[in-house]
Ligand binder design. Structure first.
Ligand SMILES: Nc1ncnc2c1ncn2[C@@H]1O[C@H](COP(=O)(O)OP(=O)(O)OP(=O)(O)O)[C@@H](O)[C@H]1O
Ligand SMILES: [Mg+2]
Length: 227
């Protein structure tokens, strides 16, 4: 088995555009070591979100393989993909996908309850995570009553709920001012140091590169190392 927690090989992904196809990823590889901190930058439209969704078992490539802890997630059943997402992966989306009919607190509790925790236990942990994100005072508000940056912090709390081994972050500082962006990065670095959570972040913001050990850029549909 390889020492990579994520090992993606020869990934091709295109989208249909009327009669033709827009090829976003043109046969690219990316390998991520367990516990590493990696960042992938690239301009808007270069395929960052597409790649991250493929690595997170949310989207299938047209061709290529993605091994997570040695298991090819492209080849397994949809049920197994859902299980891998639940057990191993925390995902912070670029555009927030909180459940609109639930409060911030309930949004963080949901993955905990789905993983079998009691309501009391889930509530205790959800409040702890919201406090860590300095958003606990907004816990009883629904997503449409939160600012963009507040919703993003609730999303991160939710992504961390089940202590994922792999945290995938899509433009996590997009709605944050500089100060909050830096404090979010500090939370992520501390998490990586304390728990060894593997971090993979995509962003157009190159200012974030300073926090990462491995730096990549997407160019012409391929991921290239910048180290
Ligand atoms: N579901 C889709 N159907 C058709 N085209 C899509 C779809 N999703 C993305 N695209 C196109 O694929 C390209 C890559 O999109 P993607 O969202 O991966 O870029 P990105 O690097 O994350 O951009 P941004 O920095 O703006 O978030 C873009 O040209 C986008 O318009
Ligand atoms: Mg994107």
């Amino acid at each position: 088995m390889s020492d990579f927690i994520i090992d993606a090989r020869d990934i091709v992904k295109s989208y249909r555009e009327g009669e033709s196809r827009l090829v976003v990823l043109r046969g690219t590889d990316i390998r991520i070591k367990k516990g590493a901190r990696i960042i992938i930058t690239g301009p808007s439209g270069s395929g960052k979100s597409t790649l991250l969704h493929i690595l997170g078992a949310l989207l299938k490539p047209d061709s290529g393989d993605v091994f997570i802890k040695g298991e090819n997630i492209v080849k397994v059943s949809e049920d197994r993909r859902a299980e891998i997402r639940k057990d191993l992966i925390g995902f912070m989306f670029q555009h927030h996908y909180l459940f609109s009919e639930f409060t911030a607190l309930e949004n963080v509790m949901i993955p905990l309850i789905l993983s079998g925790r009691s309501e009391k236990d889930a509530k205790r942990r959800a409040i702890h995570l919201l406090e860590l994100m300095e958003i606990a005072e907004r816990k009883d508000h629904r997503p449409n009553e939160l600012s963009g940056g507040e919703a993003q912090r609730v999303q991160l709390a939710r992504a961390l709920a089940n202590e994922p081994e792999i945290l995938l972050l899509d433009e996590p500082t997009g709605n944050l001012d500089h100060k909050r962006a830096m404090s979010l990065m500090e939370i992520l670095m501390k998490l990586n140091e304390d728990t060894g959570t593997t971090l993979c972040l995509v962003s157009h913001n190159r200012e974030l590169e300073q926090f990462f050990d491995y730096r990549y850029a997407i160019k012409d549909g391929k991921v290239e190392s910048e180290n």
